[in-house]
Write a protein that binds this ligand. Structure first.
Ligand code: FDA
Length: 496
């Protein structure tokens, strides 16, 4: 085993980890980032770094021999297919009652997500992070996060005319006719670039359906924003295909045990590093699994009883509607959603009008709803199986389905349309088996203090979505980024 000492070690390279690494490096601290996924900086045999959604291959999934697409069926037929096992980009991690989709690689979820960059309405912020001062968030940290992430809006004249957003215009029309407020959703896709794609003057990415397995061009993932600044500091080392498996107190800080992986997911070396400070930024699931295991197995026994608790799915539920022939949604659908239906106040649902980029006319409207749900699950250590379980129940999605119905039952009744039953199985309306938005497990001001310092262990911090107790009311990454900006500023000012 190698021996080395680092001032700060960051576990994971998603939003929380990238913010922490940048601000620490800018404050003069040398940082080591450890990432279990790949670097995603080298083109494959087809000349592209990332695979297209329509042609999944080994790059598409984390250690699976068959794809597990969120929409598993089309016209009732299963669409998953065999792929070689590989350390691919999208993890469909299965717990007993829910499949949690996550990004794997340098950039975390920013590699695979839809790029929707939404700041929650201030009036709901108390439901998101009740112990955080909203003045600071809306005055300083949300603006900082939005600026660093490169958040921008679609040009309205282009939206109104482009073929690629016919599906959103149909979604808007149906929302309006049922008297639902709709909003344009800001994103981190470079809209100027997308207009060039449409004009045929730049290689296509969103307009050929790239999204779930990575965007080759227009999306400003963390690789292009925070992580490019991280590299420019010259103070940060990033180790891809390295997975943290243990953190224990040691002289000078914490001894961190790291497994190096090959692209088959097998450990090929074990390394030990002593770090003065360790920042857990492995995502809600990754951080929760590590902390729960380390507490239960005696590595970090003084972590408190809040560790593993307060996990939620952001109320995610998906559905499709079958439109009339006079409401085609278009053969060409941009993979980046940019319109949402807001029925939060009355029905507890915020629905993104999402694409179905199949390349053919489907006459379908497709939606990802974020809903208000009281259900929270807990991670626990299962000693017999040697793994961490999550006690989420599939039936808990009933609340979310009902909230989503507050929008779509009304639209269906107004339009004289019905739900699609062919997208998640045979005669199955609701995509209620999954989430894209895992949140919680090391909740702020419970498992940690009000700035992410883990109780019981000075020098251990949580920086990611596990701090947020189960909901962000809208899509989460702007809030995760803004909270990380707030916390790391305090930690640098007081703990270094
Ligand atoms: P994040 O998951 O980004 O990063 C954690 C990193 O740690 C990962 O790279 C992981 O591989 C690594 N890791 C885990 N365990 C480790 C270990 N033991 N050792 C080393 N590394 C480890 N949000 C939004 O706001 N708008 C949107 O449009 C979407 N759309 C969307 C689509 C899809 C398909 C998904 C899967 C997700 C979204 N999201 C989204 C959600 C968003 O991507 C998510 O909330 C954030 O990426 C979470 O950021 P974190 O910093 O918490 O962790």
């Amino acid at each position: 085993a190698d021996a080395a000492v680092v001032p700060a070690l960051v576990i994971g390279t998603g939003y929380g980890g990238s913010v922490a690494a940048l601000r620490l490096a800018q404050a003069g601290v040398d940082v080591h980032m450890v990432e279990m996924g790949m670097a995603w900086d080298t083109p494959g045999a087809d000349g592209k770094i990332f695979a297209n959604t329509t042609t999944p291959d080994q790059r598409s999934f984390w250690l699976r021999t068959k794809t597990k697409q969120p929409l598993s069926n089309f016209l009732g037929f299963p669409i998953d297919k065999a792929i070689p096992r590989y350390t691919g980009i999208l993890d469909a991690e299965e717990f007993a009652g829910i499949t949690v989709y996550q990004g794997r690689g340098v950039g975390g979820g920013s590699l695979v997500n839809g790029g929707m960059a939404v700041t929650p309405k201030r009036e709901y912020f108390g439901d998101v992070l009740p112990t955080v001062n909203p003045d600071e968030m809306y005055g300083t940290y949300y603006p900082r996060a939005n600026a660093e992430l490169g958040v921008n809006m679609i040009r309205s004249a282009w939206f109104e005319t482009t073929e690629a957003y016919q599906y959103s215009r149909v979604g808007r029309k149906h929302a309006q006719r049922s008297n639902f407020p709709y909003v344009f959703v800001p994103t981190v896709y470079d809209w100027n670039y997308m207009e060039q794609e449409a004009a045929g003057t730049a290689p296509k990415s969103a307009l050929v359906g790239e999204i779930l397995y990575g965007n080759n061009y227009g999306k400003k993932s963390l690789q292009k924003t925070y992580l490019s600044k991280v590299r420019a500091t010259g103070r940060v080392t990033i180790s891809p295909l390295h997975r943290v498996v243990s953190v224990v107190p040691a002289t000078g800080g914490y001894k961190v045990t790291i497994e190096q992986l090959n692209t088959n997911g097998d450990p090929i070396a074990v390394k030990e590093v002593t770090a003065a400070k360790v920042f857990f930024a492995a995502g809600s699931v990754g951080t929760s699994k590590l902390l729960v295991k380390l507490k239960a197995t005696g590595a970090l026994p003084n972590l408190n009883g809040e560790v593993g608790r307060g996990w939620g799915d952001n109320g995610n539920v998906m559905c499709g509607r079958a439109n009339h022939m006079w409401d085609p949604t278009g053969k060409l659908q941009s993979s980046i959603p940019t319109l949402g239906i807001d029925n939060w106040a009355a029905g507890g649902a915020f629905a993104e009008v999402a694409p179905l980029p199949t390349g053919i006319e489907t006459y379908a409207s497709f939606y990802l709803s974020i809903t208000k749900t009281p259900n929270r699950a807990q991670f626990t250590w299962n000693p017999a199986a040697g793994k961490v379980d999550l006690n989420w129940q599939t039936a808990w999605k009933e609340v979310s389905i009902n909230a989503a119905k507050s929008i779509f039952d009304r639209i269906n009744s107004k339009e004289g349309t019905i739900y699609r039953t062919d997208l998640f199985g045979v005669y199955k309306i609701w995509g209620d088996h999954l989430t894209y938005h895992p949140l919680g497990g090391a909740v702020l001001n419970k498992a940690t203090d009000n700035y992410g310092r883990l109780h019981g262990y000075p020098g251990l911090y949580v920086m990611d979505g596990s701090l947020i107790p189960g909901t962000t009311v809208v899509n989460p990454f702007v809030t995760i980024t803004a909270l990380a900006e707030r916390n790391i500023e305090k930690i640098i000012a007081t703990d270094l």
